[in-house]
Ligand binder design. Structure first.
Ligand SMILES: C[S@@+](CC[C@H](N)C(=O)[O-])C[C@H]1O[C@@H](n2cnc3c(N)ncnc32)[C@H](O)[C@@H]1O
Length: 275
């Protein structure tokens, strides 16, 4: 269902506020093993043009893709992340191969058929208009090109965490589905259906590993934008929600002696545009 433009603009502003809160780069390393298998699956050749959507500070895709020789555009709704991204890119020696562009995944400022590869690791999923986002990812892809995206599954631990958290927050406007539906094979098939893409799916695990559950929590709850925003909005109720998140993680914890080892299931989708 297409969103009313005024609602879309309001949600874009609140999305900016959520993801500007905290400090994404401090938690980015918890999911930084997702980019390599995704890049392997879509294949990168030197000189390819790659767009990373919702790139954050670029550690998962933008920088590794540039290291493989791609010419990268790293886009994100929140330009605040780019300072960390530029520092990381300079440290990796690929600053000249990455252009940083502020952009909403559901309204990309690029011409049709610009990129050989379009990627997103847990970024595009947060754009509220899922149909428009699918259209944009497909539109900017060249014929013969590939989209590679990763999203938490609704039934995995992280999907459960988002569900729990959103149950405490004001409900979204009608027509805004949960972001984790990008982790459902049925929903992704439906979203890309109008564009004639060939789809393949693989469920994978991101392992969250930390020496201490308390340290992990302290960092996550201070720096992860949606958590920081929840703390701001929920007042006294935040502690109740936070305790339930801890219960969820504890129930899934495979490590002993206060450490953390939790497997977060995600769906990796590869979509190929006929050449
Ligand atoms: C969980 S982080 C993932 C960042 C990065 N892809 C990574 O793997 O490290 C989600 C990212 O999506 C971005 N984002 C949220 N809503 C967006 C939208 N509508 N369009 C583009 N990016 C968006 C956030 O600013 C944030 O950088």
């Amino acid at each position: 269902m297409a969103l009313d433009p005024a609602v879309r603009e309001r949600l874009r502003e609140s999305g900016r506020a959520v993801w500007s809160a905290g400090h994404w780069d401090e938690v980015a390393n918890y999911i930084d093993k997702v980019g390599t298998p995704l890049l392997d699956a879509i294949g990168i050749e030197p000189g390819m043009r790659l767009l990373d959507v919702g790139a954050g500070s670029g550690g998962n895709i933008a920088i590794p893709a540039a290291l493989r020789g791609a010419s990268v555009v790293a886009s994100d709704l929140v330009a605040n992340h780019f300072e960390d991204g530029k520092r990381r890119a300079a440290d990796a020696g690929v600053a000249a191969s990455i252009e940083w562009v502020e952009a909403d995944a559901s309204d990309l400022p690029f011409a049709d058929e610009t990129f050989d590869r379009v990627t997103s690791t847990f970024g595009h999923m947060f754009a509220p208009d899922q149909e428009a986002t699918a259209r944009e990812l497909a539109r900017v892809l060249k014929p013969g090109g590939k989209i590679g995206i990763a999203c938490w599954t609704p039934e995995g631990v992280i999907g459960g965490m988002f569900k729990l958290q959103s149950s405490y927050m004001p409900p979204p406007p009608p027509g805004v589905p949960p972001p984790v539906l990008w982790g459902s094979v049925e929903r992704v098939t439906e979203l890309f259906e109008p564009y004639g893409l060939d789809l393949s799916f693989e469920k994978k695990m991101n392992v969250f590993e930390h020496e201490s559950l308390e340290d992990y929590n302290a960092n996550f709850k201070t720096n992860f934008g949606p958590m920081v925003m929840a703390r701001k909005m929920l007042g006294d109720k935040f502690d109740e929600m936070s305790a339930k998140v801890d219960e969820l993680f504890s129930a899934a914890n495979e490590a002993g002696e206060g450490a953390l080892r939790v497997q977060g299931e995600y769906l990796q989708t590869i979509a190929t545009k006929p050449g």
